[in-house]
Design a protein around this ligand. Structure first.
Ligand SMILES: [Zn+2]
Length: 615
């Protein structure tokens, strides 16, 4: 052991001794998806100055990184991928740097020579046109058809494709940015945003609360703004704005309900930007500004649980953050649990029960798939994603098994005690990170008696496969009444027109479609004639219907499905459809033809998955 390390070790022990709860601020778990040496030197502020070049489809400019030193390290290692690094300065003086070997998923480490007194490193760089985080849309791919559009998606490890940074969720920093673009366009970030276009095309942003790199976000397009309440609003393309505001009219009450549950909202404003349909996710919880798919704008407000979900991330995820991607369930399981609580508060218990029961159905289907593929370890809450793309962990397990685990805890201790615990948890670890092991210890120390801990079977839930036997069985009177229609139709006792579907909402229909068995083309045609599923404008219903179309080779559904696959880039819909299509050679050939047209409209997050399915 070198002297300097011994000294550092002693200082550390004293530091730990004095401020036991602060040691997590210093030593972070090893992050297998980042090259960064953040336990030596850590970025505490990032300052961006970028120009958006739609012609070349690149961002170019510089980033200044302000550093905290924990050791005497003379190198700062950052994550990069497909970036062109032109020049690097340390406190204003040019310094040497090198890019390491390129890994297809993790990119290249950028090693920069620094001294222990270096305060700011400045990197002059440009992105490449195929930066995985960025999707550049042509005017034809937007609703307005007049202007190009850009959006980013940094989660999980794509921030490094547009900013050289310490790209692991454990590292938190504040940021500011200057973005220069065409004056016809508005730029927005996960930061303070204006509501008007700037005549010079220069936009300034600040984010004074510390965030992780996966929450860095930028979108540029022909956008306009409308308020939805005291501290909430919506941005969208002008032709989409009015519809979006109507659909999302519960946003302000969602914020108020969430604050009542788990304490003050830490980010001041909560706005949503409704993006073009190629956005690969339902939503992305970029702080202050959720990025959302237009597929939630269903025209009947039936899919707004997604906004409750993204809002809930303002506590679980953005405030208390999973330390590595192996701890992803701490972000998502909590968020689904929290989402369900917000929905219950606003829309009532029967509505929440439907969502929960549908969630269990989705979880069981995912568990079965993973088990059939022999991926048992991926059914654990605590994942082992080392050496793999962390996107692999983005399954219903983190979301739904995580939620049902927390619901189990709630059922054992009672809602009042659990709420007090959660409020304290979010308060105590705000702007910090959490890992699975520390959470389990915290749960046992601050909430559970040893008998309660034993009743819950924490080990089986967190570190074991599948769904433990003691999981709650969701009950929904609303969905139970759909059972009769399902049974009658499955057993050929009821024709489509004879079912009592009075009062069915999107959720009833989803449950109905997922319960269908013994279908054939005739029964498909019967359903379609009565309920017009092929023409539905509801993307969730459409996806479940098209699954049946593929399995039953119901060809009247294929033209609409083709249009859907070309228009919508949301991976949640694309994956199950392409997976089913790939099973039969004739369907696979059809899928490849559709994909050859559709791919240019998909974000990398989506087309990387579909490439694998159709290889
Ligand atoms: Zn989420």
């Amino acid at each position: 052991m070198k002297k300097i390390y011994m000294l550092a070790f002693l200082v550390l022990i004293i530091f730990w001794g004095c401020k036991e709860d602060k040691n997590t601020d210093y030593i972070l778990s090893k992050d297998h998806h980042s090259y960064a040496n953040f336990n030596d030197v850590r970025v505490n502020h990032l300052s961006l100055d970028l120009t958006v070049d739609f012609n070349q489809q690149i961002l170019k400019g510089k980033v200044d990184l302000t550093l905290d030193h924990f050791t005497d390290a003379t190198v700062l290692i950052l994550d990069t991928r497909k970036l062109v690094i032109n020049k690097v300065l340390a406190d204003g003086k040019e310094t040497s740097f090198s890019l390491g070997e390129e890994h297809t998923i993790f990119g290249q480490p950028l090693s920069i020579t620094i001294s222990k007194s270096t305060q700011v490193v400045s990197i002059y760089y440009a992105t490449s046109p195929d930066a995985d985080a960025l999707q550049w849309l042509t005017p034809e791919q937007t609703l307005g058809k007049k202007h190009p559009f850009l959006f980013s998606q940094s989660q999980a490890i794509l921030a490094r494709t547009w900013i050289p940074c310490q790209d692991g969720p454990g590292v938190k920093f504040t940021y500011d940015a200057t973005i220069k673009t065409d004056p016809h366009l508005m730029a927005l970030m996960s930061a303070t945003n204006g509501t008007q276009k700037q005549s010079d095309g220069i936009y300034k942003f600040t984010m004074k609360q510390p965030i992780s790199s996966y929450l860095l976000a930028l979108t540029v397009g022909d956008l306009s703004f409308a308020s939805t309440g005291r501290n909430s609003g919506v941005y969208a393309e002008p032709a989409m704005l009015e519809k979006s505001v109507w659909e999302l009219n519960t946003m302000q009450s969602m914020i108020d309900s969430a604050e009542q549950l788990y304490g003050p909202y830490a980010w001041e404003r909560y706005d949503v930007v409704v993006l073009p349909p190629s956005f690969p996710f339902g939503g992305m919880e970029n702080p202050r500004l959720t990025f959302a798919t237009p597929t939630i704008i269903a025209g009947d407000r039936s899919l707004v649980a997604l906004i409750a979900h993204e809002l809930a991330h303002s506590w679980s995820g953005n405030l208390v953050t999973n330390e590595t991607w192996n701890d992803f369930w701490l972000n998502e399981g909590f968020t689904v649990y929290f989402e369900q609580r917000i929905m219950e508060k606003i829309f009532g218990k029967p509505y929440e029960e439907m969502l929960t029961k549908l969630g269990m159905g989705e979880l069981k289907a995912t568990l079965q798939e993973l088990e059939e593929e022999g991926k048992l370890a991926d059914t654990h809450l605590y994942l082992d994603l080392d050496g793999r793309d962390p996107d692999d962990g983005l399954t219903d397990v983190a979301y739904e098994k995580g939620r049902f685990f927390l619901q189990k805890v709630e059922s054992v201790v009672g809602r009042n005690r659990f709420d007090v615990f959660l409020k304290k948890y979010f308060e105590e670890f705000r702007f910090k990170t959490m890992n699975t092991e520390r959470f389990v210890t915290y749960l046992k120390t601050h909430l559970l008696t040893s008998k309660e801990a034993a009743d819950i079977h924490i080990q089986a839930w967190v570190y074991g496969p599948g769904l433990p036997d003691n999981a709650l069985i969701p009950y929904s009177q609303e969905l139970d009444r759909v059972e009769e229609a399902i049974a009658g139709f499955n057993n050929n006792q009821l024709a489509a027109s004879e079912m009592n579907t009075t009062g069915y909402t999107t959720h009833h229909w989803l449950y109905f479609l997922r319960g269908l068995k013994n279908l054939d083309s005739t029964k498909m045609a019967d359903l379609d004639e009565v309920y017009h599923f092929t023409e539905t404008g509801n993307s969730e219903v459409a996806c479940d219907w098209y699954k049946h179309c593929i399995e039953q080779n119901y060809t009247p559904g294929f033209p609409a499905m083709r249009e859907f696959l070309i228009r919508v880039g949301r991976r949640k819909f694309l994956t199950p459809l392409y997976t089913r299509l790939a099973k039969e050679p004739v369907h696979k050939a059809w899928a490849k033809e559709v994909y050859s047209v559709a791919k240019k409209g998909y974000h990398s997050v989506s087309y990387n998955t579909i490439d694998q399915i159709l290889n």
